[in-house]
Ligand binder design. Sequence first.
Ligand code: ADP
Length: 739
Amino acid sequence: MTLSSVQPGELNLDNCAREPIHIIGKTQAHGVLVACDPQTLKITQMGENVAEYFGLTFEELFGNDLSYLLGEEQVKQLVEMLSFNETAIPQDILINDKNFLMQVHHSGPNLVLDFEPYQGGQSSNFFQKQLTQILNQFQAAKSVDQLCKAATILSKKMFGYNRVMIYEFDEEWNGKVIAESREEEMGSWLGLHYPATDIPAQSRQLFLKHRVRIITDVNYTPVPIIPELSPLTKEPLDISRSGLRAVSPIHIEYLKNMGVGASLTAAIIVKGKLWGLIACHHSTAKHLDFYQRESCRFLAQMFSTELSLQENSALISQGKLSESIRKQLVVQMNNENDVVTALSKGNVKFTQLFPCGGGAIFIKDRWALNGNTPEKTQLERLLNFIKEHPKSLFLTRNLSAVFPEAKAYKETASGVLCLKIADYKYIFWFKPEEIQEVNWGGNPKDKAFYNEKEQRLSPRQSFEKWSEKLTGISEAWQETDKEIARALRENISYVMLAQQQEEIEALNFKLIEANKELKIFSYGLSHDLRAPVRGMEGILEILDEDHRTELSEEGQKLLQMSRDLNEKMNNLIDNILEYSRLNHSDSLEVKSIDTSEVIEEALKFVNVQGSYPKTTVKIQSQLPEMRGERRMLFQLWSNLLNNAIKYSSEEENPLVEVGTEKIKGHLVFYVRDNGIGVPPKLKEKIFETFKRGVGSRFKGTGIGLAIVKRIIEKHGGEVWVQSEEGKGSIFYFYLDPKL
Ligand code: ADP
C-alpha cells in the first residue's frame, strides 16, 4: 500500500485490507514468471529475473514467440495441454539445459507461466505413503484437539518447518493458536491470540480461493514484472493465482518482526468458510516444491473434512438432546391451557433447551423468569432495546457492547438469545459472563506505526505475550441453538393459535349476548324517555297558549327555545326508538305492497303541501310493487323523501322525483332532488348513526339514513348515493326480489 492511497486521518492497518495484493506487480525470487498471449503465443510480460534463470534477456524474449524460450516441441505439448484444459498439471521443462517445473494458468486474456527450478523430487511411492499416513492419523483422532495436534505433528515431520500451528479464527477474525508443534528451543505460541488485522480481509479471501501460500525467503528482493502493464489489457497483470506472487511489504515486515524467515500456510475451510489456517514457520529461508505443496493442500483438505465431521457429531448429539426437550415442551403446552406456565413451570423447562444460565418469557404484560436472569425492570428496558432490532432472532455473547447498560448484569446475562414469537411475545435465554484471559501475540492495540524510513505503515514490532482480561463475554451460542429456538417458535405459535381460536369463539358468544342485552336496553331506554318528553311537550304547550302574555319578552324567547329543544328531543327519541326496534326484531312480516300508496302516505306524513309549498314532487306512474314489511317500508320512504324535500327546500324551484331504473340486473328505486348535494367524503359516512353533513341550518337528528340502511339490509338489499355538491343527490336502493 502506498501512502498516497490513504488520507492522513484514516491511517491504520485496517486500510491495508485495501492493498491491491493481487496486482502487486512483483514476484518472489524463487522462480520466474512469464506471461503471453494465448492466441498468438507471443511473450507479453516477464519477471525481471529472466536472464538469471534462463540466460535470455528481456529484449530477446519480449514480443517473441514462446517457442523461442521453450522450443517447438515443448510449446506443442503446452498447446495440447491447453486444448484439454489441463492447466492444473505442472510440466517438466528443459530450458538451456536447466530443469524447471512449469505451472500454467489463465489470468483474464493472459496466459501466465510460473517456472520454478526443479531437480526431480520424491517418487510417487513416497507421496502415497504420506497420504496414507495423513488419512490414518486423522481418522484415529477422537476429538478436535487430537485432530489439531496430529495435523501439526504430521506437517512438521512432512515439510520440515521449525514451527507448525493450527490457527483458528473467531467471529471477528481474530486468530488463536490452538495447536502447535515446534523445535524444543523455541518458545511456545500455543494459546496466543492475534488481532484480525494480522491477516487482512483480502488475504483471507485469497486463502479461501487458492488454499496454499508459500513465502520462501522473507529477505528476498521482489522481482518486478516488466512491462508493468499487460499489452493485452493495458492494466497490471492479476497474479493472484500465481505461486510466485510477491508478498505485501507489510506482511514481510510482520514476519521479520516475528523472527520468521519463511512460511507455508494452508487454508482450513469448513462449510465454505475460512475456519482457520495451518501455519508453518521456519526461522531461515525455506522452499517446498510444487508436489510437496500439493501434499500440504491435501493435508489441509483432509483436516477440514475431519474437522467438519467432528464438529457435526458434537452438534448432532447436543441437537438430539435439545430436540427431545422441545418435544416434551410441546406435550406440556398441549396439556396446559397457559403457554407460559407450560414452558416455565412444567417438569421440563424451556431453559433446558440448550446450555444457558436462565431465561425469561414475556407475553403481553406478563413475565415468567427461570434460573439466573436480570431483574424485571432491567428486562423491560432490554426488551425495548431488542424491539428495535428488525430480525425475529436477536443474539449476542457480548450484550454490553451493543447495549451498554447491560454491564450492570453482565454476570448473569452477557450472552442473550431472544426470540420474538409475535408482537408482545418474546422468549429470552441468558448465558453468564465467562471472564477470559486472552494472551495476545504482542499488544493488539499497537496495530501499526508509521515507518519514516520505509514511508509506509509498519506492523507492531514486539510479539511479546500481552495478556488482556476480557469481561462481559459469554460462551458462544451454537448454530443448533438458533434452529431449536426457531422450531420452538413454530410450536408455540401453533399452540397459541389453537388456544386463541377457542378464546375468540368464547368471546364472540359473549359479544352476541351483550349485543342482545344492549338492544333491549336502548329500546327500553328510549321507550321510557318518550312519556316524560311527551308530557313536557304538553306542559310547554299549555304554558305557551295560556300564560305567554304573562311572560316578559325574554321569558317568551326562552319558552320558544324550550319548545324547539323539546321537539328535537322528541324526534330524536322517536328515531332512536325506531332504530333500536329495527335491531330488536329479527323476523320480517313480508307482504306485497303498493309502492305508490306507501309513497303517498309518506308524503302526507312529511306534509309537503303545508310545510314546503314551493316543492314539486314527481312520481313515476305505475311503480312496481315492493315486497317487505309495510311499516318499515313506510319509514324508508318517509326518511328518503323527507331528506330530499328538506335538503332541496332552499332552492328556487325545489324538485323531487321518484322512479325506477335498471342497474346491474336490479330494479332500483331512486329518490332524486336538486338540493344541496352530499360532499364526496361524506358519501359513506351519512349512513352511520348520528353522522350529519350539515350544520344547524337544517333540522335533523342524524339517524334517518341509518334507519334507511338498516331497513334495506334487513330486506336483503343495498342503498347508495350519487351526488354532486350544490346540484342535488340521487339515493338509489333495491330490496331482495326473492323475499
Ligand atoms: P339528518 O337528520 O341530519 O337529515 P340523516 O341520517 O337523514 O340525518 O342524514 C344524514 C346526513 O346526510 C344529513 O345530515 C345530510 O348531511 C345528508 N343528507 C341526507 N339526505 C340528503 C339529501 N337528499 N341531500 C343532501 N344531503 C343529504
